[in-house]
Ligand binder design. Sequence first.
Ligand SMILES: C[S@@+](CC[C@H](N)C(=O)[O-])C[C@H]1O[C@@H](n2cnc3c(N)ncnc32)[C@H](O)[C@@H]1O
Length: 234
Amino acid sequence: MTNPRAWQYDETMFSGVDFSQAEEVAAYDDMHSKFRDYAKASDEIIQRLSLTSDSTVIDLGCGTGAFALHAAKRCRTIYAVDISAAMLDYCRRRAEQLGLTNIIFRNGGLLTYEHGDELADAAVCVAVLHHLPDFWKQVALKRCCEMLKPGGRFLLFDIVFPSGRDCLDEIDQWLKAFETIVDARLAEEALIHVKNEFSTYDWIIEGIIRRSGFQIDTAEYSKGFQALYICTKR
Ligand SMILES: C[S@@+](CC[C@H](N)C(=O)[O-])C[C@H]1O[C@@H](n2cnc3c(N)ncnc32)[C@H](O)[C@@H]1O
């Protein structure tokens, strides 16, 4: 991982939850399995991106392998990329346990990963982009676009705030709901997310996606500030 400019944002410095810490990695799947079904969500991604057994897919910010480990059973090659060596090691160990041999692990970030191999059919970026300030989000998505074949597909999922309504009270309720539905630890992580990380407005994300070389095929905003964008490289 090289950082060509002294002023480039240092993506190894986590502004919020520090995923380089072993304790965060160890707790991740237990906490997330309380409100996510990795297999079901991965099947939906595969279907939404029309991925096949011949597809190559880059999972940017793969984490513990929520998508990569499932997608590897359905696609030809998965590039599992993460800035956290600890997350990537965990994902690699899980892949070994599952006997998956078609995942290529790369320690790198949205701003630093160099995809030297063949252009990919698709990329996914789930709950990662909010780690970068807005200026760097566009740098990241342009880089992502360049890793894809013409017509390549891209799925972006993240927490995005609605610009059309005042959502400050809604954020209060949202944070309280984490404590009720999941647990106090996730509620604390959600608070850190809002306070210190870089989730931004819908119009900013949509503008960034378009200016990075993608067309947005669908933009879906659902409960809990969740946003899902299905895109195609123009
Ligand atoms: C909330 S987790 C999401 C992991 C996974 N995508 C999922 O769906 O569970 C965020 C992940 O993004 C990684 N990450 C944070 N900033 C990153 C960056 N700039 N480039 C690549 N990965 C990054 C973290 O190390 C962590 O594994």
